[in-house]
Design a protein around this ligand. Structure first.
Ligand code: SF4
Length: 386
C-alpha cells in the first residue's frame, strides 16, 4: 500500500522551481536558502561524483552563483532542535511521562502517527523539525533583526525529501496565512537548476555558509542518517547530566525486528536511558505493537520513514539504493568526526540566540516559535504545492 512508502502522499508533489527563478530575478526580494544535512553527501552524484563525497563548500558556491542572497545551513537549526528536544526528553524521562518519547523530525512518520496511530500523538516530541525551526527563526527573528518586511524575504529549503514539501504546507507551520517556508525543492531539483544555469559544479571554488545560521556541530550533520537524531539527543543529555562529551554510542540490531537498533546509555545515578532507532516505514508497526505489549521497552525512539534515514529520501539522486545510501551515511559520519565541536551545546551561535531571543530551552518564547502540535488526520492527504 502506498502509505507504507510515503504516508504524506507527496511523491507527485508539484515543483516551485519556476517561482524560485522569478523571485531570484526580483531585485526587491531577498532570497535565502537553507541546506539540509543529507543533501551535501548526495548532490555530487548529479555531477559524476561517487555517493558520500561531502560537497558542502561547492554546494554553497553554486547556490550563490544562482543568485541567492544568503545561504544558511539547516544543521544550525538541527543543533537548535537538539537543545530543545533534549530538554523536553529529560523532563519526560524524569517524570516518566509520555514515554517512549518519539522523535518528530520526519514528516512522513509524523503524518503516519496522526493517521494510523493517533494514540501515540502524545508521545511525539513537540519540537518542530530543523526545516521548520529554521523558517520560524527567519520569519520571527531574522526579519526583525535585518529590518526586512516579511513579503520581501523568500525562504527556500533544499531537502532530500518530497515529504518535506508536505511538512512546509502544514497549517501549523504558517504565520498570518503564509507558509514559513516559501518553497521546498529536492536535491535533484536543485541539481537541475544548477545545470540549467550552466554552472560547472566541479570547477567551483568552495564557499562558506553565511553567519549566524551557518555554524553547526557534528551532532547536526548526522541528522541526515538513521540514528542521528537520537545520537545527538543522547550526546547532549549525557553532557548536561555528567559534563562528559561522549560522542560514540554503540547501537546493536534487535533480534527479530528488521530495521530496529538499540543501545543502553548509563547515567551517573545508576539509571539507564534505553534508546532505539527505527529505519524504514515498513518496520514501524511491529515495533509499536511490541512496545504496546511490553515485549520491547524504550525511553526514546527515533523513527525515520526512509531506510537509512534522510540520505535515502525520495528527492535524492538516482540510483538511490542501499549501496548509495550506505556511502552517503559514511560521508555524514566523516563530516561528524571531522568537526571539532560534536555536541550541540557547544554551538556558540545557538548559545547567542538563546541569550538574545529564546532565553532558555523550552522557554515560553521557544514554545511559541520552535514547538508545534499535531492532530488526528484522515488517510486521504492533500498534495501540497510547496
Ligand atoms: Fe524525508 Fe525520508 Fe528523511 Fe523522513 S526519513 S524526513 S521521509 S528523507
Amino acid at each position: 500500500q502506498c502509505i507504507a512508502v510515503c504516508p504524506t502522499g507527496a511523491l507527485t508533489s508539484p515543483s516551485k522551481v519556476n517561482l524560485i527563478w522569478k523571485k531570484l530575478y526580483d531585485p526587491e526580494v531577498k532570497v535565502v536558502m537553507s541546506i539540509a544535512p543529507a543533501v551535501r553527501v548526495a548532490i555530487g552524484e548529479e555531477f559524476g561524483e561517487n555517493p558520500g563525497v561531502v560537497e558542502t563548500g561547492r554546494l554553497v558556491a553554486a547556490i550563490k552563483k544562482l543568485g541567492f542572497d544568503q545561504v544558511f545551513d539547516t544543521c544550525y537549526s538541527a543543533d537548535l532542535t537538539t537543545w530543545e528536544e533534549t530538554t523536553e526528553f529529560l523532563k519526560r524521562f524524569t517524570k516518566k511521562e509520555n514515554l517512549p518519547h518519539f522523535t518528530s523530525c520526519c514528516p512522513a512518520w509524523v503524518k503516519a502517527c496522526e493517521t494510523l496511530y493517533p494514540e501515540k500523538i502524545k508521545n511525539l516530541s513537540t519540537c518542530k523539525s530543523p526545516q521548520a525551526m529554521d523558517a520560524s527563526l527567519l520569519v520571527h527573528h531574522y526579519v526583525e533583526e535585518q529590518g526586512i518586511p516579511r513579503d520581501k524575504l523568500f525562504i527556500v529549503s533544499v531537502m532530500p525529501c518530497v515529504a518535506k514539501k508536505f511538512e512546509a504546507a502544514r497549517s501549523e507551520l504558517s504565520t498570518n496565512g503564509y507558509q514559513d517556508v516559501d518553497a521546498v525543492i529536492t536535491t535533484s531539483e536543485l541539481a537541475k537548476m544548477i545545470k540549467s544555469a550552466g554552472i560547472v559544479f566541479n570547477e567551483l571554488q568552495e564557499e562558506s555558509f553565511d553567519i549566524p545560521y551557518g555554524l553547526s556541530t557534528g551532532s547536526a550533520v548526522i541528522y541526515g542518517m538513521t540514528g542521528g537524531v537520537a545520537t545527538a539527543v543522547v550526546r547532549e543529555a549525557t553532557y548536561l547530566l555528567t559534563g562528559l562529551r561522549i560522542t560514540d554510542i554503540e547501537m546493536s540490531p534487535v533480534d527479530g525486528f528488521p530495521g530496529l537498533r538499540s543501545a543502553l546509555v548509563d547515567l551517573p545515578d545508576g539509571s539507564q536511558v534505553k534508546l532505539a532507532v527505527v529505519s524504514g516505514m515498513g518496520n514501524v508497526r511491529r515495533v509499536l505493537e511490541a512496545l504496546d505489549s511490553k515485549q520491547l521497552e524504550y525511553d526514546i525512539v527515533e523513527i525515520m520513514a526512509c531506510p537509512g534515514g534522510c540520505v535515502g529520501g525520495g528527492g535524492q539522486p538516482l540510483p538511490n539504493e542501499m549501496k548509495q545510501r550506505n556511502k552517503r551515511m559514511n560521508g555524514l559520519h566523516v563530516a561528524d568526526t571531522r568537526q571539532q565541536i560534536r555536541i550541540a551545546r557547544d554551538n556558540v551561535l545557538v548559545c547567542e540566540l538563546y541569550d538574545k531571543w529564546l532565553k532558555e530551552p523550552n522557554s515560553e518564547v521557544s514554545h511559541q516559535y520552535l514547538h508545534t502540535h499535531y492532530h488526528i488526520r484522515p488517510t486521504e492527504t492533500e498534495i501540497p504545492n510547496s
